[in-house]
Ligand binder design. Structure first.
Ligand code: AMP
Ligand code: GLY
Length: 428
């Protein structure tokens, strides 16, 4: 079969790598892609926002399945438009993408269907929001309703900070995303992500991962899209994964179906594992980036039947197998990220780095120029490794990082620290 993949990040390189390994695939195309994805498949110059052009490409190239990586095309309705044109697509439809694009939508769904999450209220104006904050006290969390590129959440340590965030959001500091604000209870615990494949009717579990959102070692500095991840996560025990399915995924799939907006694709659960059990921080309607990279390294089964089953409503017949090993990824970013950064610097040593045992390198913001790989974005490379435990995966990943010569790049040096500390505490 022929597949078109949409996206250009490390997530899509990992997906392309895994899809390309499937014996079911004849041709794999990707748009817009990056320099790493170009080594797995054929890049095509399409504007994913031009649905008519994507549909025309699928018809002329006999594409059997479109796999959508990021949320933006889903929120723009690409899955709906492809389906209307008779083309199967993996991902969420526009209405279902609200689980990610509107925090208020998700909070209301949690309240209505008894899905555990932080207590909250929604506000459309600053004065009542501030009155609510004063009545609740700090710490408290202020969130813009819409997508705000990671800047829409302020964990306020005191009331003044919360009020400043409310003023910033209603003052237009985040554009349309801040036209409505959710204020919620501060949750204490360890964060973990869990993923499930859904087909509108049912869902099957994938595995857990833990992201490192802050830019600097020790979880300091501003939030980013994610500076590294690993899988599996100790707090996501088999019992906790069962709860994630029973208390979050399955009721959400049932609720979305009941509301006439069946959820298809990957449901990403951002959970806080608190003393009183798991609570939902957020849903995303896609694989995480960089979490997808570690999931793909651990996935033993062919991914293509799983993507197809999700798109065709056939997941109940599917069973996925995973390697028990730990996979870990270190993100290399351009100096300055998540703020301003330069483009075009040359990256060397990638082939030598990829020779380290267990290592796989996925590209994010890269391009090829005159035979060189150059930086072309904020997050640029994902140096991934698999190992028998977190310590081995971490050692291998950093051994590979150290073979890469890129003076304009940087990475965190402590990805996986929680898992490594746990392992060390357990060895006598
Ligand atoms: P979100 O964009 O909703 O994932 O939030 C970004 C980050 O803010 C999360 O990864 C958490 O670290 C933090 N956060 C969000 N909501 C809460 C909450 N209710 N309590 C504590 N931390 C939170
Ligand atoms: N790494 C966080 C995300 O993909 O949302």
């Amino acid at each position: 079969m022929n597949i078109l993949l949409i996206g250009s990040g490390g997530r899509e390189h990992a997906l392309a790598w895994k899809i390309a390994a499937s014996p079911l695939v004849e041709r794999l195309y990707c748009t817009p892609g990056n320099a790493g994805i170009a080594r797995e498949c054929e890049l095509v110059a399409l504007d994913p926002g031009d649905h008519a052009a994507v549909i025309a490409f699928c018809h002329t190239h006999r594409v059997d399945l479109v796999v959508v990586g990021p949320e933006a095309p889903m929120a723009a309705g690409i899955v709906d438009d492809l389906a209307a044109a008779g083309i199967k697509a993996f991902g969420a439809r526009r209405a279902a993408a609200q689980l990610e694009t509107s925090k208020g939508f998700t909070k209301d769904l949690c309240r209505k269907y008894g899905i555990p999450t932080a207590g909250y209220e929604r506000f459309a104006a600053a004065a009542p929001a501030k009155a609510y904050v004063r009545s609740k006290g700090a710490p408290i969390v202020v969130k813009a309703d819409g997508l705000a590129a990671g800047k829409g959440v302020v964990v306020a340590q005191n009331v003044a900070e919360a009020e400043a965030a409310i003023d910033m959001m209603f003052g237009g500091g985040l554009g349309e995303a801040g036209a409505e604000v959710v204020i919620e209870e501060f949750l204490e615990g360890e964060e973990a992500s869990f993923f499930a494949l859904c087909d509108g009717e049912t869902a099957i579990p994938l595995v857990s991962a833990q992201d490192h959102k802050r830019v600097s070692d020790g979880d300091k500095g501003p939030n980013t899209g994610g500076m590294g991840a690993y899988s599996p996560v100790a707090v996501m025990t088999a019992a906790m994964e069962r709860r994630a399915m029973d208390e979050f995924v399955l009721p959400t799939v049932a609720a979305m179906k009941e509301m006439g907006m069946p959820f298809t694709g990957v449901l990403y659960l951002g959970l806080m594992i608190t003393k009183s059990g798991p609570k939902l921080i957020e849903y995303n309607v896609r694989f995480g980036d960089p979490e997808c990279q570690v999931l793909m390294l651990r996935l033993m089964s062919d991914i293509v039947p799983a993507l197809l089953a999700s798109a065709e409503g056939q997941l109940r017949h599917l069973d996925l197998r995973w390697f028990p090993d730990t996979a870990l990824t270190v993100v290399m970013a351009a100096k300055g990220y998540p703020g301003r950064y330069g483009k075009g610097s040359v990256i060397e040593g990638l082939d030598a780095a990829a020779e380290v045992e267990g290592v796989e390198i996925f590209h994010a913001g890269t391009a090829e120029q005159g035979g060189h790989i150059v930086a072309n974005g904020g997050r640029v490379l994902n140096v991934c490794a698999i190992g028998k435990n977190a310590e081995q995966a971490q050692t291998r990943a950093y051994a590979a990082v150290d073979r890469i010569r890129w003076p304009d790049g940087f990475c965190r040096r402590d990805i996986g620290w929680r898992a490594v500390e746990r392992e060390q505490a357990q060895t006598p």
